[in-house]
Design a protein around this ligand. Sequence first.
Ligand code: FAD
Length: 299
Amino acid sequence: MARLMLVAFDPSEVALGHGFASALGIPFDVLLLSGADPAEIGAERTLAANLGDVPPADSIEDGVVAQLGGYSHIASVSSMRSKDHLPRWAAHLGAAMVTDVIVVEAENRFRRPIVAGSMIETVEVSGSPIVMTFRPSGFAKFSPNGTAAADSITIPITDRTRRVGASARGGARPDLTAAKVIVSGGRPLKDAETFERVIGGFADSVHGAAGATRAAVDSHIAPNELQVGQTGKIVAPDLYIAAGVSGSTQHMAGIKDSKTIVAVNIDPDAPIFENADLGMVGDLFVVLPELQAKLAGKF
Ligand SMILES: Cc1cc2nc3c(=O)[nH]c(=O)nc-3n(C[C@H](O)[C@H](O)[C@H](O)COP(=O)(O)OP(=O)(O)OC[C@H]3O[C@@H](n4cnc5c(N)ncnc54)[C@H](O)[C@@H]3O)c2cc1C
């Protein structure tokens, strides 16, 4: 019988999975890998592994896969973590893997973006189980009004790979994938100090995250983890401010689910204006401080 195991890396991903589970329309359970108090979203059973800071994929693969027997579908939110863990589970189970699902057409037929989001492909999977990641922006949002009772389980951790240290970069700014406002900069930001002052300062004033193009990252203007786009992070903020960003298909692939895109570019013919909700033609070093002054304190 078809049954989904929704694997959440932290409690915030439980509620994000509700729309996907509803679209799939089969009974489902939740496996919460870290954190307490999962949202009540109608799962038949919720298992909490309480792993704390989720260990490297290699070290919990066997333990997680042991919990996945009997499920026809295994799914997680598309994220850097799920990109790391889920392919291992699929290989371990000999399962088909479908990533970045945005539409469920049937229990075994899904739509997903390809070629940097410029095309949507429909895939049909034969066989079971199916391991999948899904983009939450493709599914109905859900505001949980309670927390689920969870059964504690133990997932053994092997020492094949051990995390010996981790440090957050970007200070107290929200994570790009969770931020409501993102201020992004491209190649014209010149150097790391200018990027941090102009883009980082603006982001801080609106309690947002700073993002960057790949050109900015490759030129060492911005750190790698700030890259947005096809080969960076996929984001869906309420407001995305792109300054000195040309609007390549690869960059746009990462921001097209943003509710409002504001572009600041000196070139009136820059491709980003084709996709921006609001475009400002001008020098970002002049326009951004004015915009920042107008928006400061409003978020
Ligand atoms: C396989 C592959 C994957 C890729 N993945 C990604 C990805 O994930 N993310 C990504 O971003 N890119 C990615 N790229 C790179 C992408 O093709 C572009 O090269 C890159 O996005 C361009 O970055 P940019 O807009 O900062 O730079 P540019 O293309 O150099 O554009 C700079 C823009 O700034 C404007 N400008 C200049 N001075 C000012 C000023 N003073 N004020 C205002 N505007 C100004 C210019 O008019 C121009 O439009 C990928 C490429 C490939 C081949």
